[in-house]
Design a protein. Structure first.
Length: 174
């Protein structure tokens, strides 16, 4: 029996608009491992990705724009994930919380994200979440669309709802 794979078709997508947006965390991708760049000491490192839906609708599919941010899965004091979570929470982690934080707790939590565009190596424009802060006071809460299928729940043959490249134009592992 053979197992055949092929490169997926390149899909066109419209990046989320730049600016400050109200958002809701829609997904936390399961952790995967990938090589660490040699200039950072080599070896392997765990990665994860957060997905937010913002308060603007993409006219091409009628769904909220999705914004993605890829992280090293670490709460080290210099880790971007820790910095973004503390900014989002509006407070630092306690020593007890640093022992273990379940990212699944973020699903459905509102915030505001600052989105900026950046061209990838391939020339495509990507929407990058550059800042995450708590939701504004008295803002109506956003909810994740009922028909959104989380990454962990997708069947292997289900087409991805997200672009297959990150902002640098590199392939996103899954």
């Amino acid at each position: 029996m053979s197992t055949t794979v092929k490169e997926p078709e390149q899909r066109e997508f419209t990046p989320a608009p730049e600016g400050l947006h109200q958002a809701v965390c829609a997904d936390v991708w399961p952790i995967w491992t990938e090589p660490r760049p040699e200039e950072w000491g080599g070896g392997l490192q765990d990665k994860t990705m957060l997905v937010w839906h913002i308060d603007e609708i993409n006219p091409t599919d009628g769904k909220p724009y999705a914004v993605f941010k890829r992280y090293t899965a670490s709460l080290h004091e210099k880790a971007t994930l820790r910095h973004d979570l503390e900014s989002w929470r509006g407070r630092k982690f306690s020593p007890e919380e640093l022992k273990s934080f379940d990212l699944e707790r973020l699903i459905g939590v509102n915030c505001q994200i600052q989105v900026l565009h950046k061209a990838g190596k391939n020339g495509k424009v990507y929407a990058n979440a550059v800042s995450i802060v708590p939701a504004g006071k008295n803002q109506q809460k956003l909810v994740v669309a009922k028909d959104y299928e989380r990454k962990k729940d997708r069947k292997p043959d289900t087409p991805n709802a997200e672009p297959m490249e990150d902002e640098s134009g590199d392939r996103v592992p899954f």
